[in-house]
Design a protein around this ligand. Structure first.
Ligand code: ADP
Ligand code: ADP
Length: 219
């Protein structure tokens, strides 16, 4: 269980990005956070990822307070941020160096199959389309079997057709280990397609105005 209690964030320049956010996300739940630009969605993810410190409140995973990045919490951004000096397989296997070589290669191959790129292990990031690169970024994030994966507008740079395709790949990858997903998006349709629950944030710092629960059959 990921929990936030009265979480606030004021940046050093005085900008109050979040105030009083209280939220719980269950294991295996897919939560979407929607809301206009500037209402603190990215800040919320960066706090949970440990990339920024909260100014107030408490963030915990299974009751244990988080302080900084946690190995069981991953994040995917709008841009794939693949490492250009590694092949596609190298990128996907980046977090698997603790495994034996055969075990690592088996995981990488399974992930490549999941994202529909079985023959792309030896390719370089620069050879990929935007949609392919983001599929690799999703595979890289999920192959380490995080308990929580944070997704910050992961598909918004892609056109509608490719976006739909990637939503399917995300669900396929997710279904292997069923981590908690927290998806920030301003595409309400995407939220409805992917999420079990949708949280709407308001421009007023961190205010969560509405919680809709959407029950969707999972593949
Ligand atoms: P969203 O993701 O919903 O667009 P953000 O979390 O990016 O919102 O930003 C929330 C508010 O905090 C905005 O007013 C933004 O300008 C401000 N903000 C975000 N990051 C910083 C930062 N590093 N320093 C100062 N202010 C920031
Ligand atoms: P997003 O909301 O998709 O993260 P933004 O354009 O809001 O994109 O922010 C891009 C980057 O700029 C983020 O790292 C954010 O922290 C930073 N940023 C946003 N607003 C401000 C601000 N007012 N002052 C300083 N940095 C900011």
């Amino acid at each position: 269980m990921l929990s936030l209690r009265h979480v606030g964030k004021t940046y050093p320049n005085g900008a109050e990005a979040l105030a009083g956010v209280t939220l719980e996300v269950a294991p295996g739940e897919i939560l979407a956070i929607v809301g206009g630009s500037g209402c603190g969605k990215s800040t919320l993810l960066r706090l949970v990822a440990g990339l920024e410190g909260a100014s107030a409140g408490r963030i915990a995973l299974d009751g244990v307070p988080l302080a900084g990045p946690h190995p069981a919490i991953g994040i995917v951004f709008q841009e794939p941020r693949l490492l250009p000096w590694l092949t596609v397989a190298g990128n996907i296997g980046f977090g698997l160096t603790h495994l034996s070589r055969p075990a690592r290669e088996a995981r990488i191959a399974a992930a490549l199959a999941r994202i529909g790129l079985p023959d792309y292990g030896g390719r370089w990031p620069r050879e990929l389309s935007g949609g392919q690169a983001q599929r690799v970024a999703l595979a890289r994030a999920l192959v380490v079997e995080p308990r929580v994966l944070l997704l910050d507008e992961p598909f918004s740079a892609l056109d509608a057709f490719i976006r739909e395709d990637l939503q399917g790949h995300l669900l396929a990858l997710w279904s292997d280990t069923r981590p908690t997903l927290v998806l920030v998006t301003h595409d309400i349709e995407e939220a409805l397609v992917l999420a079990d629950r949708v949280v709407v944030m308001q421009p007023k710092p961190g205010r969560i105005t509405q919680v809709l629960t959407i029950d969707l059959p999972r593949p």
